[in-house]
Design a protein around this ligand. Structure first.
Ligand SMILES: [Zn+2]
Length: 498
C-alpha cells in the first residue's frame, strides 16, 4: 500500500518535471490576473454503476461527488470529465422500466446530480437502441464532446459539440474527443480518430494555451496519438478499466486512465504560469474512492431513488433484490479478464447450478459473455441483486441432445474465442488445448449422443463463431429449465447454506 502511494507521489513529481520541461507552442494570450492559474481536473472513465461496487467498499457516485465538492472548495476552477462509457452495460440498467429498461437513465441522473461537466462517447454508449440513446443525450445536463462520432448521415448528434474551449481566468483550455469504432450501431458513423485529431489540433492549438484529448481508445492508440501529436498537452482516456499512467512521444505527453466504476479517479492539477519559461506544469494523482470518503447527500439521494426504481422493476420480474441469498465463505471472481479466459469459483458454481437445474444432463455449457459483473464479490453476504449483477441479461437454461462431433466443434470454437464473450464456461468438461476433450473424465466420442444443459441464447441466437449451433438441427431445444439466475441462487444456497 505504502509503495503504491509513494509511486503515485513520485509520478506526480515526475510528471510535473517532465511536463514543465515541454516545448510550449502556445501563442500569446490575455494575461491572467494575478499570477499563475490553477486548474483542477477530476477525471473518471468507464463508469457503469451508480452505487458502490466490490461489496460496497469501492466506487459510488455519491462519494465521487463528495470528492468533487472538496476539490471545488480547494480550487473553484475545477472541471469534471468522463472519458467515455456511461450508458451501458450495468445491472441496474437492465431493470424493466416503462415498457423498456432503465438503459442508462439512472446514471445520467446521478451524473447530473454529481455535476459532471464534459464527457466523450465510449463504445458502450452505442449499445443502446437509437431512441434510448437520444433520450439519454437529452437528459444529460453535462456537455458531450465528440470529434469523430456522428449519426448515420455523418451529422453531429443533437447538442454534441465537436470540441470546446473553456476559459479559466484568461487561460484557454481546448478539449476534443475521439472514440474507437467498436460496438457499431446502425445509427452511428465514425471518422478516423487520427485524422480527426490532426484536424482538431490544427484548429485548436493556435487558439488555446492547453490542449487536451479526451479519448476512449485502446491504450495502444493513445500511445500512437502521443507519438504522432506532441502538440497535445494531456491525453485523458478510458476503455481499459484499469488505471494506467504513461509518458509517450518526444515531449513525454502524459496519458492517464482510471479504474472502471470510479473505483479510482484521477485528479490532475494544472498550473499555468504565463511568466514562466515553461508555462504549463501538471501534477496528477490517482485517488481511490472507498468507504473512507463520505457520501454527498444530494447525489446519494438521487442514487437511492433510482436504485429503488430499478429494484421495483426487478421485483416485477420475480426477484427480490435486497434479499440475502447466502453468506459466502470465499470470494467470487467475475472479472471479465478472468471469466473470458478461464474458469473461476464463480463460474464453477454457475455451471454446477446449470447441471443441478437440468437433472439427467451430462454436461453444461454457457457463454462467458453472459457474466457481466466485471467485479470480485468478496466473501460475505450475497443478495439477489448481486446475482442480477452477475447475470444481468438472465436467459433460460434449456436441455438439448447433440452428437459428439458437434459438441467437439462447439468446444473447439469456444477455446478459439478465448478473451471474448463467446469463450465457453463448462461443467463436466476437461481437456482441450492440444489435449483430448474429456466429458466426465471420458474421451469425447464423436458418435455418441450427449445430453447437454445450455443457455438458450447459445442455441437460439448464437454467439460469435458459434452461429452454426443456431442453424444446426443437431442441437434442438428440448426442455426449458428456467432462468439461469434462479439456478445460481439455488446453487449458492446449496453450497454456502441458506
Ligand atoms: Zn470502452
Amino acid at each position: 500500500m505504502l509503495k503504491k502511494i509513494l509511486a503515485v507521489l513520485c509520478l506526480s513529481c515526475l510528471l510535473s518535471a517532465c511536463v514543465a520541461g515541454r516545448k510550449e507552442t502556445a501563442p500569446a494570450v490575455p494575461q491572467a490576473a494575478g499570477g499563475p492559474v490553477r486548474i483542477t481536473i477530476l477525471h473518471m472513465n468507464d463508469v457503469y454503476e451508480i452505487a458502490p461496487v466490490s461489496g460496497g467498499k469501492e466506487g459510488g457516485l455519491a462519494r465521487v461527488a463528495a470528492l468533487r465538492d472538496r476539490l471545488l472548495a480547494e480550487n473553484p476552477n475545477t472541471v469534471t470529465v468522463l472519458a467515455g462509457d456511461l450508458f451501458s452495460p450495468s445491472a441496474l440498467g437492465t431493470a424493466p422500466y416503462a415498457q423498456s429498461r432503465l438503459a442508462g437513465r439512472q446514471i445520467v441522473a446521478a451524473m447530473n446530480a454529481l455535476g459532471l461537466d464534459y464527457i466523450t462517447f465510449g463504445n458502450h454508449e452505442f449499445d443502446l437502441k437509437k431512441e434510448q440513446f437520444h433520450e439519454r443525450l437529452k437528459e444529460s445536463q453535462f456537455t458531450w464532446i465528440s470529434s469523430n462520432c456522428f449519426d448515420q448521415d455523418g451529422k453531429a448528434f443533437p447538442a454534441v459539440l465537436d470540441s470546446k474551449i473553456i476559459e479559466v481566468q484568461g487561460v484557454k483550455v481546448g478539449i476534443f474527443g475521439v472514440t474507437l469504432n467498436s460496438n457499431k450501431a446502425d445509427y452511428v458513423s465514425y471518422k478516423d480518430p487520427f485524422v480527426i485529431a490532426q484536424e482538431k489540433i490544427a484548429e485548436l492549438r493556435p487558439k488555446t494555451d492547453i490542449l487536451i484529448a479526451l479519448t476512449h481508445l485502446n491504450y495502444q492508440d493513445d500511445i500512437a496519438l502521443a507519438n504522432r501529436f506532441p502538440e497535445l498537452d494531456l491525453i485523458l482516456g478510458g476503455h481499459e478499466h484499469e488505471n494506467m499512467q504513461l509518458l509517450r512521444g518526444k515531449d513525454f505527453t502524459p496519458i492517464f486512465k482510471a479504474d472502471a466504476n470510479a473505483r479510482t479517479v484521477y485528479v490532475h492539477e494544472l498550473r499555468w504560469d504565463k511568466a514562466a519559461a515553461q508555462p504549463l506544469s501538471v501534477s496528477s494523482r490517482l485517488e481511490r474512492v472507498t468507504d473512507a470518503l463520505p457520501e454527498q447527500e444530494k447525489t446519494a439521494k438521487v442514487v437511492a431513488e433510482w436504485q429503488q426504481i430499478g429494484y421495483e422493476g426487478f421485483r416485477k420480474a420475480g426477484f427480490e433484490p435486497e434479499r440475502t441469498v447466502t453468506v459466502s465463505t470465499e470470494e467470487l471472481d467475475g472479472l471479465e479478464a478472468s471469466v473470458r479466459n478461464h474458469s473461476t469459483r464463480l463460474t464453477e458454481l454457475l455451471m454446477q447450478g446449470m447441471l443441478r437445474a437440468a437433472p439427467g444432463t451430462e454436461l453444461a455449457i454457457c457463454n462467458s459473455g453472459s457474466i457481466r459483473i466485471d467485479d470480485v464479490l468478496p466473501a460475505g453476504r450475497i443478495t439477489e441483486y448481486d446475482v442480477i449483477r452477475i447475470l444481468p441479461f438472465g436467459g433460460d437454461i434449456v436441455t438439448t441432445k447433440m452428437k459428439g462431433s458437434l459438441l467437439r466443434k462447439m468446444l473447439d470454437q469456444g477455446l478459439k474465442n478465448k478473451g471474448g464473450g463467446s469463450y465457453l464456461q463448462t461443467a463436466n468438461v476437461s481437456g482441450g488445448n492440444g489435449q483430448p476433450w474429456l466429458i466426465n473424465g471420458k474421451k469425447l466420442n464423436d458418435k455418441k449422443i450427449y445430453s447437454v444443459a445450455a443457455l438458450e441464447y447459445l442455441l437460439k441466437v448464437g454467439d460469435s463463431g458459434l452461429e452454426f449451433l443456431v442453424k444446426n438441427p443437431g442441437a434442438p431445444v428440448l426442455e426449458n429449465k428456467g432462468d439461469i439466475r434462479k439456478a445460481l441462487i439455488a446453487e449458492l444456497k446449496t453450497v454456502f447454506g441458506k
